[in-house]
Structure formats: structure tokens, C-alpha cells
Design a binder for this molecule. Sequence first.
Ligand SMILES: Cc1cc2nc3c(=O)[nH]c(=O)nc-3n(C[C@H](O)[C@H](O)[C@H](O)COP(=O)(O)O)c2cc1C
Length: 335
Amino acid sequence: MNSFGRIFKISIYGESHGNQVGVLIDGCPAGLAISKDDFTGDILRRKSGAKGTTPRIEDDKPILVSGVFNGFTTGAPILISFQNKNTKSDDYKDLFNFPRPGHADFTAKMKYGGYNDYRGGGHFSGRLTLGLVAAGVIAKKLISPVSVNARLVEAGGESNVEKAIDNAIKNEDSIGGVIECRAENVSVGLGEPFFDSAESLLSHIVFSIPAIKGIEFGSGFLAAKMFGSEHNDQLIDASGKTLTNFAGGVNGGITNGNPLIYRVVVKPTSSISKAQQTVNLKTGQKEELKVKGRHDVCIALRVPVVLEAVTAIVLADLMLLEQKLPRVISDKSAR
Ligand SMILES: Cc1cc2nc3c(=O)[nH]c(=O)nc-3n(C[C@H](O)[C@H](O)[C@H](O)COP(=O)(O)O)c2cc1C
């Protein structure tokens, strides 16, 4: 459904052109200092407006509906909502019968019998990642001094991202990208050997981000071309530090104390200005589609902060499970 996590549990809700989007966080310990300003930096990094992103700009002001009192988390569920104010839903009305190739218009209509809110991609919109980013702000605070950083490595196959974006805009097209995410100071012992391996949990939540097409940890697909003698990460001290990090910080599903490193592939945006072929679902006939609305040329530009958020969410959950969370919280009743 729309929830993830066992102790630090998040549920995201909303639609692109509905009243709100947001996140409900259950299981966050009491006593963590939170203010609205804490959200500003990460929300700005997800925001649109730069070249290659959608011209739809929202103010993205977080409303802390519950679970925060006098500047601290209370231990009760935290609901954070964001209003949608800048919507132009008319641009989407044709998509009900003319599904965009590559988007969720067709699958959503089939699965929900046409009751799905299709405006702006509805519940399938990248706008839902705002709730993830908000939960990530809280998770990042909880797991500190573990730090998580992600960066765009390439877009459209080019390390010169601007050039690739200019080219895509000129061709009325879109491009994808590769993002690397890295978590430092991760302790040894997070994750389970099989279904809840650190890689499985991260992959699970990473594939919940719309438009992600692939993930690789450490050496990833390159490992297939290496010898064991090259790929084996040599231990250099008793804390588990290794000379190389082809494992990406995980062995046997369990974090090994080295930086956790993974890369993801973001696909090119399906909504492009160029004419495409689709099928008119009313008549069953093939027809040309010119997608209207406001869209990102390169979604990958906005995804690094979302990856940081989901990584922090997984780490917060695992650290709570293993009781490895630093003691951020001082007991108020003792004062
Ligand atoms: C931050 C972000 C922004 C996005 N912006 C757009 C967009 O402007 N236009 C679009 O067609 N898809 C956009 N998407 C992708 C769609 O939400 C996604 O492709 C769609 O839900 C189908 O899911 P899938 O690509 O995972 O199969 C965006 C995704 C993210 C994470």
C-alpha cells in the first residue's frame, strides 16, 4: 500500500492536483527538536524552477499538523502536509482516454477502474516525493552523526549535464540520469541476511520513487567483469575498515561499517513535447498525442535529495530496530 518501515514508519498521501500532499510518520521517538526551518534546505533542493525542471512552482511550506509540540517531537504520529496551489488541471483531461506512453495513465486507469485522479499524474506524480523529503529531514536528524549525501553523476549519458539538458530542450525531448548516494558513519550490523537485507530495504524504498529504473551497490554491474582477487575488499583494521569498497558497505545483507554506496538510474521523463503515438482507449484506434502540461525535462535533477531522504528513513528504521540510535533525546521529566 502506501506505507513503509517497521518502527520509523511512513505513509505518504495526496495527489498532484488535489488539495494536499504529505506524509504521516509513526514511531519517531519523542524529544527530537524540530522547527519549520529544518525543512527549508532539503525542500529547496527538490523544488522546480531551474533549467530542465517543470515551470510549476509551489511554495512547498510544511504544515506540521500533529506530533510536534513546543519545538519537539511528542512521540505521537507526525503529520506533515503541503498545499497544492499552482495547478492547471485542464491540461490533463484528455489523458484519461489518451494514456501517455511510459507514464502510469494506462495502468492506473485499468487498476482503479477509471476512478483514479489523473490530474497531473494524480497519486503517481513526482510531487508525492515532497512527503518523502519531509520525512527524510526528520530521519536525517535522528540518525546524525550518520550523514547521507547524493549527487547527480551524469544526465543523458553526459557528465556535462547542462549540455545534455540544452540538447533535450532543443529536441522537445527528455533525458534520464545517474545519481550516486553515499552514507557515512554507518555502524556495523544493520540489516538481515535475507529478505530484510540492507540492500533489499533500500531497493524497496528506492523503487517507490517514480521513474527509478535501476540500482547498483558498490561495484554493481561492473563486478561481473572483475576477478575475485580484484573485487574482494581487504580488511585493514579490526573495526572492519576495508582498503577498497566494492561491496558498497554491505556484506551478507548487513552493513559492514564502511560507507554505504549505491547508484540509481532515473529514466527520461515520459511527458515530452514531441508528438508520440498512443491509443485512444475509447475507440481502440492509434492516435497521435502531444502532451500538454508542465513537466521536468530531466527528473534526475530533482532526485538526489529524495534519495538522501529514503536512505535516512531506512537507516533510522534499522537503527531503531537495533537500538543503535544515538541518544538525541534528554528525558524532560527528570529535569
Ligand atoms: C521529482 C519527480 C518529478 C517528476 N516529474 C515528472 C514530470 O514532470 N512529468 C512526467 O511525466 N513524469 C514525472 N515524474 C515521473 C512520474 O511520476 C513517473 O514516471 C510515473 O509515475 C510512472 O512511474 P514509473 O516511471 O516509475 O513507471 C517525476 C518523478 C519524480 C520523482
